[in-house]
Design a protein around this ligand. Structure first.
Ligand code: AP5
Length: 236
């Protein structure tokens, strides 16, 4: 359902393990709150298509489930913030992903007077994550995300969206070996930033095991409404 656009504005960080549903929720929230969904993984996947030193370096990191350097990730998001569509806010998905990134972002966002309103940590058990990720498919044309197990499209190879019909593809890093490494890196490097945001009074934890995407979305809306940071005015 489309948003009725009753209100706009939100500066949100979505935290969570690979496959926790950050992209699924981020796209929907972006429509409802009319702020851009900035997913560093998507940006890196575009960069790795270029036959350049940076493209190759990024490609290697993603293939092995390792993080790209903090410096590059930060520079990229700061660059994206120069776009005019970020004026009313942003939904960050996949960034920050380490303590240095979180600290750099906090300082920068305050400097430009667009501080983070809230950090929502979508929390799902590792085994559920693995099940989800091996069944994930993404439309190569419009970027819509599906799941062969939890949200199966009628044709597993084609995007069912009207006027799209793009090819549904599996990400190169969505194999079980790489997922397990991504999870290890998440627990070691990304999870500790929850404590950082908790101390700042920004962290909201959202236990999401066995919760379908609609239920997760509803909980995020409830959290945001309770915080009074924004109102999406629709289900996205
Ligand atoms: P990135 O693209 O950010 O990958 P990720 O964090 O591993 O997250 P995913 O995109 O895999 O999962 P998601 O949480 O968005 O889940 P989704 O909604 O798709 O990063 C890729 C790589 O880039 C990293 O490994 C790293 O190398 C690099 N990188 C990125 N940012 C970086 C940074 N800041 N610094 C350094 N390096 C960086 O859902 C997953 C599946 O589950 C889908 O099929 C979906 O349909 C399904 N699903 C979603 N919600 C539910 C639900 N509630 N119930 C059942 N199924 C569900």
């Amino acid at each position: 359902m489309e948003s009725n656009g009753a209100n706009v504005g939100l500066r949100l960080v979505l935290l969570g393990a690979p496959g926790a549903g950050k992209g699924t929720q981020g796209k929907r929230l972006s429509k409802a709150y009319r702020v851009p969904h900035i997913a560093t993984g998507d940006i890196f996947r575009r960069i790795m298509e270029y036959d350049t030193d940076i493209g190759r370096e990024v490609g290697e990191c993603l293939e092995q489930g390792q993080l790209v350097s903090d410096e590059l990730a930060y520079k990229l998001v700061v660059g994206r913030m120069q776009e005019p569509d970020t004026e009313n806010g942003y939904i960050l998905d996949g960034f920050p992903r380490s303590l240095p990134q979180a600290e750099l972002w906090q300082e920068y966002a305050e400097d430009i007077n667009r501080p983070v309103d809230a950090v929502i940590s979508i929390e799902v058990a590792d085994e559920e994550i693995v099940t989800r990720i091996v069944a994930r498919r993404q439309c190569a044309t419009c970027g819509a995300i599906y799941n062969l197990k939890f949200d199966p499209p009628p044709d597993p190879q084609r995007c069912p969206k009207q006027d799209c019909n793009g090819e549904l593809v599996r990400r190169d890093d969505d194999n079980e070996e790489t997922i397990r490494e991504r999870l290890r890196v998440y627990h070691e490097t990304t999870e500790p930033i929850r404590a950082y945001y908790d101390e700042l009074g920004l962290l909201q934890r959202l236990p999401a095991d066995n919760l379908p995407p609609d239920a997760v979305y509803k909980k995020i809306e409830e959290l945001l409404n309770a915080l009074g940071v924004a109102s999406g005015g629709g289900t996205g």
